[in-house]
Design a protein around this ligand. Structure first.
Ligand SMILES: *Cc1c(COP(=O)(O)O)cnc(C)c1O
Length: 222
């Protein structure tokens, strides 16, 4: 077995039943993704529009491509034919652009609402106040998307208590939306949180989807 297959199998064996693995393949060559594919992986996460669109034409058609990076509205059109899910909806304007473009080509794309709970200014996403204002306006207004849950990142720190606080905050927001503005939406079920260095904490905080790159493919070469 090659390293990538071995890494994948090791990680999969630690995931509780019902948790989905997004293999974050950004910056890695298609050969590496093919190895993961041959080992059975079907969900891949990319963070740049052009890279996703290119890889999608080079690799098997049954791959589910998830977009996980900051998406500019002028790049939406290039990825909509390829993506199964956009995990990083970080503004009403982006949700509108994705819905419009998907509807235009008769698609309905799964999306996650990205939440910003970490202390860093550099992260994108809705703050808790922004999402509680915006969520009630979603139902019925975005026919090209299916809102399938939330995505978030913890603060980038070795302070595990703070990481846990961030993941707890994401889970709490998910549940308040699931019992509130998203109550009539059965597709709203995912809490995407946890990366290579913190996914075990994320799982203990209720993650249903982890996004793991480095632990599968090794370090990225930028
Ligand atoms: C790159 C990235 C990941 C994966 O990070 P690793 O540390 O390589 O596991 C997860 N989520 C997002 C949003 C990313 O941009």
């Amino acid at each position: 077995m090659n390293d990538i297959a071995e890494n994948l199998n090791r990680i999969l064996s630690t995931l509780p039943e019902g948790v989905t693995l997004t293999a974050v393949s950004k910056f890695h060559p298609v050969e590496a993704l093919q190895q993961a594919y041959d080992a059975g992986q079907r969900i891949f996460g990319e963070s740049r529009a052009q890279e996703l669109a290119k890889k999608a034409t080079q690799l098997p058609a049954d791959i589910e491509w998830h977009f996980i990076g900051h998406l500019q509205t002028n790049k939406v059109r290039s990825i909509i034919p390829h993506v199964a899910m956009i995990q990083s909806i970080d503004s009403p304007r982006l949700l509108q652009a994705v819905s419009d473009e998907a509807a235009r080509i008769n698609r309905c794309v799964d999306v996650l609402l990205q939440l910003h709970v970490a202390k860093e200014e550099t992260k994108f996403g809705f703050t808790p106040d922004e999402i509680s204002d915006f969520a009630p306006q979603i139902a019925g207004n975005y026919p090209g998307v299916r809102v399938a849950g939330v995505m978030g990142m913890a603060s980038n720190t070795d302070d595990f208590d703070r990481v846990r606080d961030d993941f707890d905050a994401i889970r709490r927001i998910f549940h308040s939306l699931a019992n509130g503005a998203m109550k009539s939406n059965p597709a709203f079920r995912h809490i995407s949180m946890g990366m290579s260095h913190d996914y075990k904490i994320a799982l203990s905080c209720g993650s249903t989807m982890v996004r793991i790159g480095t632990d599968i493919f090794g370090e990225r070469e930028y």
